[in-house]
Write a protein that binds this ligand. Structure first.
Ligand SMILES: Nc1nc2c([nH]c(=O)n2[C@H]2C[C@H](O)[C@@H](COP(=O)(O)OP(=O)(O)OP(=O)(O)O)O2)c(=O)[nH]1
Length: 157
């Protein structure tokens, strides 16, 4: 323990608290040829249940991004053989976890998209007309809006 640590805590007075662990998350932005993209509602029992997000989930130990994405989309939507490319990432600091969201564009897959976990799904265009949208989903709507020169709101509030 550092010489000036508060007794019994291991904390150094005035020091910045250690950052919480960063949980990596694989997320798929499924895109159809008409530009529509898929959102799904978070199932009951999870933090932010009922909020709309892009499909995906935590990367498990030993998995890389594409393996995690393939597994999550198979479990959640019953699709496989993805054509997916990494797009962008961002960090979100929630009360329940600090997550690094790794967004991939998914332009091809095999199988029919089918919600397997009791979630609602909706193919969307900008502005998104389902609500509420998960905070960590909003940056993606901004990126899509910029790419598409979409002006005005990206979602209803
Ligand atoms: N899938 C997904 N997760 C997102 C998005 N935006 C965002 O902030 N998140 C956050 C919410 C969660 O804190 C985390 C995903 O974790 P999760 O709990 O849904 O993952 P999981 O499916 O592996 O769940 P579990 O097995 O632990 O129950 O990422 C998004 O657009 N899609």
């Amino acid at each position: 323990m550092a010489a000036n640590a508060a007794p019994g805590t291991g904390a150094v007075p005035g020091a910045t608290p250690a950052a919480r662990p960063l949980v990596p998350v694989a997320v798929g932005v499924l895109l159809r040829p008409d530009g529509s993209f898929l959102l799904a509602s978070r199932p009951a029992g999870k933090p932010y249940a009922g909020y709309w997000e892009f499909p995906g989930g935590k990367i498990e130990p030993g998995e890389n991004l594409s393996q995690a994405l393939e597994r999550e989309l198979r479990e959640e939507l019953d699709i496989r053989d993805l054509r997916a490319t990494f797009w962008r990432s961002c960090v979100m600091d929630y009360p329940h976890a600090r997550v690094e969201l790794q967004f991939c564009k998914v332009t091809q897959w095999s199988g029919e998209v089918r919600p397997c976990e009791g979630q609602a799904i909706a193919w969307q265009q900008l502005p998104v007309d389902v609500a509420p949208v998960l905070p960590g989903t909003l940056p993606v709507l901004q990126w899509l809006a910029r790419e598409r020169a979409h002006e005005g709101p990206t979602h209803i509030t």
